[in-house]
Design a protein around this ligand. Structure first.
Ligand code: 5GP
Length: 196
């Protein structure tokens, strides 16, 4: 049967890592979590080829020049990207593929592969019917202000970034609200199973 590509993104701090790990624990027979390339340094405990393929900036830019990426983006001053060849190989091995990537890359994937299914994990407060994000922004602002740990400039920066991410979420096929990890995983399973 035709194998499928699913892209999962989410606002920072929304807990998408936990949701994806839970999903993978239950579905590792049919799904593979793609290993991306990045120029950022490995964090303690990360292994090359397992968490990421760690490349130098020069290596990454050489790969861009020779059109090796299905998608790539700059995020927090580093490059991140998914190799075309990696995706091709995993399809040939018979897996459905999950890309856990940020929103600019996700939109590139959709442009190149319209059949890819884009899922955005949103914080509570997003109206999944209308796509209205104002409730989520208000909740984030209340949370940031309630903590009394960030100064006004930092709060404004965080809110601006969240707004950009939530605006891009409107181009996704599905928005899953993470109010509870188990529910979010179940909802992703439902979406995924109706597409392959
Ligand atoms: P981190 O440095 O915390 O591992 O990842 C930072 C961000 O980069 C996350 O939002 C993650 O989803 C995103 N990311 C990881 N791999 C890729 C990739 O291959 N392409 C793109 N566009 N984003 C990625």
């Amino acid at each position: 049967m035709e194998k499928k590509l699913f892209v999962i993104s989410g606002c920072s701090g929304v807990g998408k890592g936990t949701v994806i790990n839970e999903f993978m624990k239950k579905n590792s027979k049919d799904f593979i979590l793609s290993v991306s390339c990045t120029t950022r340094s490995p964090r303690p405990g990360e292994t090359d080829g397992i968490n990421y393929f760690f490349l130098t900036k020069e290596e990454f830019e050489q790969n861009i020049k020779s059109d090796k990426f299905l998608e790539y983006a700059q995020f927090a001053e580093n490059y991140y990207g998914t190799k075309k060849k990696y995706v091709q190989q995993k399809f040939e091995e018979g897996f459905n593929i999950i890309l856990e990537i940020e929103t600019q890359g996700a939109i590139q994937v959709k442009e190149k592969m319209p059949e890819a299914v884009l899922i955005f994990i949103a914080p509570p407060g997003v109206n999944t019917e209308t796509g209205d994000i104002s409730g989520a922004l208000q909740e984030l602002e209340n949370r940031l202000r309630g903590r009394h740990t960030e100064d006004e400039q930092t709060i404004q920066k965080r809110l601006t970034q969240a707004k950009i991410e939530l605006e891009r979420a409107k181009r996704y096929d599905f928005i899953v609200v993470n109010d509870d990890v188990d529910n979010a995983v179940k909802e992703i399973e439902k979406i995924v199973k109706s597409h392959y």
